[in-house]
Each structure stands twice: as structure tokens, then as C-alpha cells.
Ligand binder design. Structure first.
Ligand SMILES: *[C@@H]1O[C@H](CO)[C@@H](O)[C@H](O)[C@H]1NC(C)=O
Ligand SMILES: *[C@@H]1O[C@H](CO)[C@@H](O)[C@H](O)[C@H]1NC(C)=O
Ligand SMILES: *[C@@H]1O[C@H](CO)[C@@H](O)[C@H](O)[C@H]1NC(C)=O
Ligand SMILES: *[C@@H]1O[C@H](CO)[C@@H](O)[C@H](O)[C@H]1NC(C)=O
Ligand SMILES: *[C@@H]1O[C@H](CO)[C@@H](O)[C@H](O)[C@H]1NC(C)=O
Ligand SMILES: *[C@@H]1O[C@H](CO)[C@@H](O)[C@H](O)[C@H]1NC(C)=O
Length: 409
């Protein structure tokens, strides 16, 4: 069979190769709700509380990230059933909806039918989890998970039976967590941990390129794709092996401290759309860029003034990472939002979400527990992005996860 032939090929060439999952930048919950004229009403009903997924105290009010937009395809079972999942470095569990889920949120999503998979093993273990986007309840199953052509055997994952209604508005079906095993709450070994254990990649790391465009984004397992960035990679040690958490020295605007005075901790999270920080720091930054709060608690700017706004500089491990207004201002139809949002008052750490990662190719390195950052190569220097790897990745976004993409040096 074609598939097993390709898998065999992968084993032969593994030492020099890596595999890539194309990510689509799809419609956000905010965009969907705005089109239906239900945005304000929904935001008031499900306020944004970006820290919820980092609190892990069960009874905390849900938080709802309406701007998440990147997802890619994986498949589960034999024969494979395909799902769009968010690749989330801020959590460590995998789940998809079950055919037995009756929640409204499950109705518009692809659902897993375990009866159709010959390799599925059930358990009586119930699971529940709380994300920035909402909570869910389900049961733990075990099956083969395929992504980027890798076949991960005996992967534990949640199949949701009840989902919070906020999930109705998100484009992805489930979430694949890429944080450290200590964070896994389902009692299953996380997907990337199994990938390491089953020796499916040569280098124990994965890398994200998040495009501003709807296509072209990728997560690469086992490799670093140099065509996506320019200049050197800065390696920053992970301070605590739970989240991808690193020490930040400061946040400055025009040479003045605007936040994180005297250093702080920051979590690099592909599953948070904005840059989140303590209220006093974020209020200070938003004042500096001329953003004002609207009636539903969001920071708005005049789109015409974006051009005159300052760069915001993040200093990490002594290196400077600049985020220009073209990156931190998000325009949705005619409204311009600040990409800086406040955490709850009790939390003084930062989250560097997609607003940051779009500017810096990010390598999550389990070889030595470091985060690598390098400035992304923009299309204006099209020679650097139009290599075969990125064009194959773009073309393949239409295919399912059973298609294997292997790149060799
Ligand atoms: C699940 O798959 C089985 C076997 O193909 C089928 O009989 C059943 O109707 C499916 N269940 C649902 C809810 O679709
Ligand atoms: C789940 O519990 C039921 C009833 O107690 C039992 O019959 C079944 O064997 C259990 N299944 C597994 C996979 O443990
Ligand atoms: C969903 O509805 C069906 C039919 O009413 C029921 O059999 C099933 O138990 C329900 N599922 C859950 C998770 O409540
Ligand atoms: C922004 O500029 C456009 C075109 O120059 C103009 O039509 C519009 O009124 C301006 N908006 C604001 C809020 O100043
Ligand atoms: C971590 O690994 C990368 C490459 O895998 C290497 O370049 C870097 O120097 C290492 N950093 C530390 C702190 O060991
Ligand atoms: C994004 O898409 C536009 C138009 O489709 C194209 O001109 C541009 O090169 C693309 N940029 C990247 C980074 O792929």
C-alpha cells in the first residue's frame, strides 16, 4: 500500500528529514460573529479571560479567545478519520468531538466515531478540561493518531461528550496540546512525547511559522526550516518545564520601560492569539499606542493612526525582539484592535501569543528545553520563502493528514 511504503521510506531517511503539517489561517470566531451581528452580545456573554487556561482551578469562569485562527489536519483511527485541530503549545492534551456529543458546539464539527476504527481502545476514564476558548467533558480513548505522515501508536486522547457553547464559533474541531507532559490533565502521554518515545523524529523539537496570510503557515516536527526566517536563532532556556515559559528582561517603547520592569516570566503560546500582560503594564502600552477601551472592554485604535505608532520591544535573554504596529494592530473589517490585552489582576506573567509568533519563527526544543526565536522572512524577500518546501506545504493544505510531507537536507 502506498501509505505503508511511504512510512517505510520515512524510517529509512529519518536521520536527515523532518515532517510538516500545513496550517490554515481560517475565519476566527470574532469574524463569524461579526458577520452574524452577534459579536458584542457574545463577547458580553463570554468575556475574554486569557488566563483561564493557565489557572487550572476548575471553577474559574471560562475565558474565550475569539481570535484564534490557525489549525491543521490530523487523523485518528483505522481507517483514518480527519479533524482540524489547533496546535496549542499552551496545553498538553489532545481531544476531538465524539459522535455521541449532543452539544450545539459539536453539531458543526467533525465528530469521531470509535465504532468505525478497528484500532480504537476505550477506557472508563472521564476527562474534562478548561481552555481559553471554553471547557469540555468527555472520555479517554486510545488509538493511532496520524499527523504529517507520522503514525503515533497508542495515543490517548479525549473524545468530548459535552462542549461549552463558545466552541460553536471556532473553526477547528479539536485541540492538540504541545506543552510539557506535566501539564497533561487527561492522564495520557502527550502526542509529542509519544513521537519522541516512538522515535518518529530525529530531532526532538518542533517549529512554527505563522503567516499573515490564510495559507502558508506550518508546524514542522523534527526540524527547523531555514527558508522561513532570516538571521540568527536566539536560544532562550525554558525556566520551568510545564508551559514553554521563559524569562523576559523588559518591554520597552522608544527606549523607555513600558512593562516587565526588573524582569518577568513569559509563556510562548501558539494557542493564545494576542500578547497578554499584567493590567498596569498593558494599560501603559495601550496608552502609549493611543488605544482606548470600548464598551465591551477591548482596546481600539484609529486605523488611520497605525502608521505613526511606536514599535514595542521585548528583551529576552539580552536579545531584542521588536513588534511593529503592522503586527500588533489587528484590523477586522473597519475596526482596529490593539494586540495587547490584560490578564487578570493577580497574574504578573506574560503570554506571547500569535501576534508575537507571526513576527518570530519559533522553535520549541525538547532536546535541551529551549525556545528558539528568529525573525520571519517576509514575502517581500520572496526568494527566501518560495523554496520547494513552502510551496509544497501551501499546495498540500487541501489534502488530509494521511499525506506525508518529508523534507530532506
Ligand atoms: C458509528 O459507526 C457505526 C459503524 O459504522 C455506525 O453503525 C453508527 O451508526 C455510527 N454512529 C453514529 C452516531 O454515527
Ligand atoms: C468499563 O466499565 C464497564 C462497567 O463497569 C465494564 O464492563 C468495562 O469492561 C469497562 N471498560 C474498560 C475498558 O475498562
Ligand atoms: C445524546 O443523545 C442521544 C439520543 O438522545 C443519547 O442516547 C446520548 O446518550 C446523548 N449523549 C450524551 C453525551 O448525553
Ligand atoms: C481614515 O482615513 C480615511 C481615508 O483617508 C477617511 O475616509 C476616514 O474618515 C478616516 N477615519 C478616521 C476615523 O479618521
Ligand atoms: C539548544 O539546542 C540548539 C540546537 O538544537 C543549540 O543551537 C543551542 O545552542 C542549544 N542551547 C543550549 C542552551 O544548550
Ligand atoms: C500573501 O498573499 C498575497 C496575496 O495572495 C501575496 O501577494 C503575498 O506574497 C503572500 N504573502 C506571503 C507571506 O505568503
Amino acid at each position: 500500500m502506498l501509505k505503508s511504503a511511504i512510512v517505510l521510506h520515512a524510517l529509512v531517511v529519518l536521520s536527515e528529514c523532518y515532517v510538516t503539517v500545513p496550517l490554515v489561517r481560517g475565519k476566527t470566531a470574532r469574524e463569524t460573529l461579526m458577520e452574524n451581528g452577534k459579536w458584542e452580545e457574545t463577547r458580553l456573554k463570554f468575556p475574554y479571560r486569557p488566563m483561564a487556561k493557565f489557572l487550572r482551578t476548575g471553577d474559574e469562569t471560562l475565558t474565550n479567545d475569539a481570535d484564534l485562527s490557525y489549525y491543521g489536519v490530523i487523523s485518528i483511527g483505522n481507517p483514518p478519520q480527519s479533524f482540524n485541530v489547533l496546535f496549542d503549545t499552551g496545553s498538553a492534551d489532545l481531544w476531538v468531538p465524539s459522535v455521541y456529543c449532543n452539544s450545539t458546539a459539536c453539531q458543526d464539527h467533525v465528530k469521531f466515531n470509535h465504532s468505525k476504527s478497528s484500532t480504537f481502545k476505550g477506557t472508563n476514564h472521564t476527562v474534562s478540561i478548561q481552555y481559553g476558548t471554553g471547557s469540555l467533558f468527555g472520555v479517554l480513548g486510545i488509538d493511532t493518531v496520524a499527523l504529517a505522515g507520522m503514525s503515533v501508536a497508542n495515543q490517548g486522547f479525549g473524545v468530548s461528550l459535552i462542549e461549552d457553547s463558545f466552541f460553536t464559533y471556532v473553526a477547528f474541531d479539536g485541540i492538540l496540546g504541545l506543552a510539557f507532559p506535566m501539564l497533561a490533565v487527561f492522564g495520557a502521554v502527550p502526542v509529542f512525547e509519544n513521537i519522541i518515545k516512538q522515535s518518529l523524529v530525529n530531532l526532538n523539537l518542533f517549529s512554527f511559522y505563522l503567516s499573515r496570510n490564510s495559507t502558508g503557515s506550518v508546524v514542522t516536527f523534527g526540524g527547523i526550516e531555514s527558508n522561513y526566517f532570516t538571521g540568527q536563532i536566539t536560544w532562550i532556556p525554558v525556566s520551568k518545564g510545564t508551559y514553554w515559559q521563559i524569562k523576559m528582561d523588559s518591554v520597552t517603547i522608544n527606549g523607555n520601560i513600558a512593562g516587565c520592569r526588573g524582569s518577568c516570566q513569559a509563556i510562548v503560546d501558539t494557542g493564545t492569539s494576542l500578547i497578554i500582560g499584567p493590567p498596569s503594564d498593558i494599560n501603559n502600552i495601550n496608552r502609549n499606542i493611543g488605544a482606548t477601551m470600548d464598551n465591551i472592554g477591548e482596546f481600539i485604535v484609529d486605523c488611520n493612526k497605525t502608521i505613526n505608532m511606536p514599535n514595542v520591544m521585548f528583551t529576552l535573554n539580552g536579545n531584542h525582539f521588536t513588534i511593529p504596529p503592522s503586527a500588533y494592530i489587528l484590523q477586522i473589517s473597519s475596526v482596529c484592535y490593539s494586540g495587547f490585552q490584560t490578564s487578570s489582576a493577580n497574574f504578573n506573567f506574560w503570554i506571547l501569543g500569535d501576534v508575537f509568533i507571526r513576527e518570530y519563527y519559533t522553535i520549541f526544543n525538547r532536546e535541551n528545553n529551549t525556545v528558539g526565536l528568529a525573525r520571519v522572512a517576509r514575502a517581500s524577500s520572496s526568494a527566501t520563502t518560495s523554496t520547494s518546501a513552502s510551496s509544497i506545504a501551501r499546495a498540500s493544505s487541501l489534502f488530509t493528514a494521511s499525506l506525508m510531507l518529508i523534507f530532506c537536507h
